[in-house]
Design a protein around this ligand. Structure first.
Ligand SMILES: *[C@@H]1O[C@H](CO)[C@@H](O)[C@H](O)[C@H]1NC(C)=O
Ligand SMILES: *[C@@H]1O[C@H](CO)[C@@H](O)[C@H](O)[C@H]1NC(C)=O
Ligand SMILES: *[C@@H]1O[C@H](CO)[C@@H](O)[C@H](O)[C@H]1NC(C)=O
Ligand SMILES: *[C@@H]1O[C@H](CO)[C@@H](O)[C@H](O)[C@H]1NC(C)=O
Ligand SMILES: *[C@@H]1O[C@H](CO)[C@@H](O)[C@H](O)[C@H]1NC(C)=O
Length: 277
């Protein structure tokens, strides 16, 4: 008789707990894999809270804009690295609201020569950046601060800033980006060429922020899916959508079902005293 009084609420609460656990498991395991793989914001190096269009080694390319320019190599407490046209840069500042990324050439042991960078229509120089002309394969005499040596195709070359009419260099002529302020100082002769090249400069990146906003606001996570649109996709709990998540999809019904799941549990929760008596 004691057993019967004790069993009834316990029985119901066990059923409720099973129901609830099962519900959570089912709804989470069925969430779209793209959605679950792209939580945001995420941490990277010393830049703090990052989100679309950036991605990393630990984050699939489809969580960002699937282009090398947006792939960050994260190192704890340091500026992340990016690779543009096979050259390594560090991202020293990011202004995500205005799509501005300040990058700096990395001084490597290999001392490879700076090359042109291709902007592929995914980013561009900002208003504060400009090209300078570098001449490679120059005779190594009398250029003072306007020159430096670097490695090109495994051999040392002498590089000069300026106009080939003056210098008679036999190598390639390249246009490389630097900050406008540093360039002006280089021209005035108040800054050495190697110092100019390792100054940070600002680039502007073109992501789909106008698309991303409604996606985020609808509970989605921005990304790209080459299969669908090539450029932008909004990952929602139920499946990828073009722009934003639809109410009535799984993301919405989770919030509605949750209280209903809790009500039977709390109603039938046995009092600890009834278990002890
Ligand atoms: C990241 O966001 C969290 C929560 O919004 C905030 O507490 C933290 O200060 C942010 N970190 C940085 C580096 O901005
Ligand atoms: C981002 O860039 C805008 C426009 O240049 C500027 O007004 C703003 O102060 C910058 N914000 C940060 C945090 O750098
Ligand atoms: C990139 O910047 C250059 C020079 O500022 C400008 O002429 C060009 O139109 C820009 N390209 C894009 C795609 O904005
Ligand atoms: C810089 O040089 C590159 C390569 O020659 C060129 O594509 C680009 O338009 C130039 N940008 C500016 C701002 O002059
Ligand atoms: C793209 O399509 C391929 C082949 O149909 C599929 O295996 C892959 O999962 C799809 N990618 C995404 C991100 O949906």
């Amino acid at each position: 008789m004691d057993t019967l009084v004790f069993l009834t609420p316990t029985f119901f609460s066990i059923i409720s707990i099973f129901f609830l656990l099962n519900f959570f498991q089912v709804s989470y395991s069925k969430d779209d894999v793209h959605f679950t793989s792209c939580p945001h914001p995420f941490d990277c190096g010393n830049l703090g809270n990052l989100s679309y269009p950036f991605w990393t080694d630990d984050r699939p390319a489809y969580c960002g804009y699937d282009h090398e320019v947006y792939k960050l190599k994260c190192i704890p407490n340091q500026p992340p690295y990016i690779t543009i046209s096979s050259q390594e840069f560090q991202v020293v500042h990011l202004n995500q609201t205005h799509g501005l990324m300040t990058i700096q050439r990395v001084e490597s042991e290999e001392n490879t020569c700076p090359e042109e960078i291709f902007t592929y229509n995914v980013f561009n120089y900002s208003d504060t950046a400009a090209n300078i002309t570098l001449l490679y394969g120059c005779p190594s005499r009398g250029f003072a601060d306007n020159s430096f040596t670097c490695k090109k195709d495994q051999s040392e070359t002498f590089a000069v800033f300026g106009n080939n009419d003056e210098y008679h260099c036999r190598g390639k002529v390249v246009e490389v980006p630097v900050g406008k302020k540093a360039r002006d100082e280089l021209i005035r002769g108040t800054r050495a060429l190697d110092k100019t090249l390792f100054e940070p400069f600002e680039t502007r990146y073109f992501a789909f922020d106008d698309y991303c906003r409604p996606c985020k606001n609808s509970g989605g996570r921005c990304g790209s899916n080459k299969n669908l649109t090539k450029v932008f996709v909004c990952y929602c709990r139920d499946r990828p959508h073009l722009i934003k998540c639809e109410p009535g999809g799984k993301g919405f019904s989770l919030g509605v079902k949750l209280p209903i799941g809790i009500i039977p549990l709390t109603n039938f929760l046995p009092s600890p005293f009834s278990l002890l008596s």
